[in-house]
Design a protein around this ligand. Structure first.
Ligand code: KIV
Ligand code: NA
Length: 278
């Protein structure tokens, strides 16, 4: 596979060349993302919500992530793929963390892993980086800690919280992270963190001054029946609407027998029909 590398992302930051990232979870979505020219694909544990129908990312397993990562990589043959380490797979011993991250790389065939958190995961980030596993960080709103955070709300609003997020970003860079997702923080804080780091920031709900942007595939493409509208999401295409109306028409045409029509139907040779049925 020929893809972007972590050094390319740092160069893009230096050159002021914004990094476009979209999530994808399967072969067709990854193929479409690659054809559209995204700089990286994130196999996010958001698949728990948008693909598996869970209420949070917490039930998602390492096996789920590997299964989806493999299908993405089969399509995205020349796009950098980042796969999330799911809930509680990088908080035990460094040994366990390394084994789990290695499974994402060897079985999931990803180019990199992503981990949520700040100071508590810097050891894990450093251990993976030393082992040759590139790590993307993720701070601000971290959905795996939603029960601790207490809801989907903007992070870093007070001066102490803002300073803490900046400290976390710096600590992750120090530990070897090659990029950091900033989720649901103010534009001002995201701009400040972006300016203070030499590695790129990838924003989601973090304003236009990050070095890159990421959105969830199903959110950005209106794909799904229960996608809640969020202020920071722009819907680029109403695919759910297109699919729903296509399916309704299919059902109606089966019911009224207008599908399949002559052009969808195979016929027996006349001689064969004559022999068989007279
Ligand atoms: O799982 C995911 O989709 C993510 C992005 C929102 C950054 O972590
Ligand atoms: Na995630």
């Amino acid at each position: 596979r020929k893809a972007n590398t972590v050094t390319k992302f740092k160069k893009m930051k230096q050159d002021g060349n914004p990094i476009s990232v979209i999530t994808a979870y399967d072969y067709p979505s990854a193929r479409l993302a690659e054809e559209a020219g995204v700089d990286a694909i994130l196999v996010g544990d958001s698949l728990g919500n948008v693909v598996l129908g869970y209420e949070s990312t917490i039930p998602v397993t390492l096996d789920d992530m590997i299964y989806h990562s493999r299908s993405v990589v089969r399509a995205a043959t020349s796009t950098f793929v980042v796969t999330d380490l799911p809930f509680m797979t990088y908080h035990g011993s460094l040994d366990t963390t390394l084994r789990n991250a290695a499974r994402i790389m060897q079985e999931g065939l990803a180019n990199s892993v992503k981990m949520e958190g700040g100071l508590e995961i810097t050891e894990a980030v450093a251990a993976c980086t030393r082992a040759g596993i590139p790590v993307m960080g993720h701070i601000g709103l971290t959905p795996q800690s939603i029960h601790q955070i207490g809801g989907y709300k903007i992070q870093g609003k007070s001066s102490e919280q803002a300073r803490r997020l900046l400290d976390e970003a710096k600590a992750l860079e120090q530990a070897g992270a090659y990029a950091i997702v900033l989720e649901l923080v103010t534009e001002e804080l995201a701009a400040h963190i972006t300016e203070q780091l030499s590695i790129p920031t990838i924003g989601i709900g973090a304003g236009p001054q990050c070095d890159g942007q990421v959105l969830v595939f199903h959110d950005a493409l209106g794909y799904g029946s229960d996608i809640a509208p969020k202020r920071f999401v722009k819907v680029y295409a109403e695919t759910g609407e297109a699919i729903r109306s296509g399916l309704k028409q299919y059902v109606a045409e089966v019911k009224n027998r207008s599908f399949p029509a002559r052009e969808h139907t195979y016929h027996m040779d006349e001689e064969v029909a004559a022999v068989l049925y007279g």
